[in-house]
Design a protein around this ligand. Sequence first.
Ligand code: AMP
Length: 408
Amino acid sequence: MKFEDLGISGKTLESISELGYETPTEVQVKAVPHIISGKNLVVRSQTGTGKTAAFGIGLIERIASGTTSRALILTPTRELAIQVCIELRKLAKHHGFSVQAAYGGQNIAAQIRDLQRGYRILVATPGRLLDLSERRVVRIPDFNAVVLDEADHMLDIGFRKEVFSILSQLPTERLSLLFSATVDGEVRQIASRYVPDSELIEVGEMRTVSTIEEDRMEVMHAEKQRKLIETLNSHKGVKTLVFARTKRGVMRLAKRLGESGMRVGMLQGDMPQQKRTRTIDGFKRGEFPILVATNVAARGLHIDDVGLIINYDEAEDRETHLHRSGRTGRMGASGKVITFVSDEPPLQRRDDFSRGNRWRPFRGPSPPQEEIPIPDPSRRRFGSRRRFGPGHGGPRPGQRGRRGRRRS
Ligand code: AMP
């Protein structure tokens, strides 16, 4: 199958070829013609499958043909919003319409100025979008196409209430597309309520791709740093992402690796947006070959040549592990994942709870941990993470409450 066979215009084909995409991926083959023809879709696919270009190409074609006037793409994190915006700008380049991004953690005045210049596609995080809507900079009912990107992640991190509020303000006559790594439970409910008469497209399995080699190493806690340095030294020249569980852990490790003469960057949720973007760009450009990060880097980052993932601290669950692993072996390239398995003493964990959280004794090798969204001041007024209980956007019975959460 070729891109030419998917009913794509010459202008978009030109951008596709400039991006160096030779053949469409499975999700692009399955989704693009449906999107162009205006079919609602629920797509089960992970990052790394080419899903961004799939909805991007489809929406651009619809806007170019006048069947969609304005499209909204909701993403769970600002990193993903930025990456989606960059890719869509490249794809829309020859059509001459504007793609904008709006996300928390960055000066809202600058974003307002950009939006006031006009746009046809807006990529936004839910909290910032609602803020812009309250300020009457963005009119949510003006969008007649919506994409929920990484819908499962959006719910995981507590954007439930914001997402419902946005979806209910959209016009009923619209194109709705939902992309998610998993389509069950609440994602399925949202799909049936807000993506009516949809086609379900399933791409790949929820597992690491076969080009990724996985290795688990038993490492004594006291030996972890030494083992990390040894592993990094034996993979010199390989672009490597090291995942640690906490912000403090990331800072400690980055410092330690820097002291041992390695060029290393770090990424964690407390860093201001500009610094995070600079770090990601520096890592992409190869200014430093090692990036130490919390789970904030586990999803959505389009860095294609990461050859090695080291889980210095094990992921808290299978899905997070898969998302971390998905940063390597992208688009069929080979990659390697090394996971340190160690028995952490309680003292090591104490600082994880230093922000007013109650310290709990260590009871097993992988205590639960949940990624929560990057703080976005605009979300406060909607309070979804402040109130508990069904209907308030907080954890449901049986789920972990705030105490179990840690920011990454
Ligand atoms: P995504 O699943 O959207 O996270 O995309 C993963 C990566 O694949 C991105 O870096 C895209 O630039 C790249 N990509 C998307 N479509 C293609 C394609 N047809 N051929 C090669 N690379 C692609």
